[in-house]
Design a protein around this ligand. Sequence first.
Ligand SMILES: [Zn+2]
Length: 142
Amino acid sequence: MNTTVDAMIPDLAAAITYLFTAYQKPLDDVILLVYEHQLSDVPFPLVQAAVLEAPKRLAKPFVPSIREVRDLCDVLRCERLAASPFEPCALCRDSHPGWDVTTDPWGVQRLVRCECWHAYRHLLRTAGLLPVVTRVLPEGDA
Ligand SMILES: [Zn+2]
């Protein structure tokens, strides 16, 4: 978590405002509502990163469409996920990486997820890096 970015872009409305300001385009309440609604299911850390990256990665002078912002969020998610590989702990590394062996009340040995795996998944979830079911935007009448 980057506190400078969080202070500059604390919420979704601020992120969209930042995007339009970066492209030096006016933003009215209706457009803000549409962008907010259509980006509301995308993890906020990715939207935050996308509005910062958009001017560098997407051509000006046109403000990126909602679909372009969503696509950039997915690119950033994949890049960050690739840069965050799972590293098993010392307890499970040499036997079953990410798994721990437990014995249930009937004496049967079972594999359960190791704490390091749960910590890794929590980290990914917090950073918005787990895949989300994407909302399908309506196509035109064509
Ligand atoms: Zn482990």
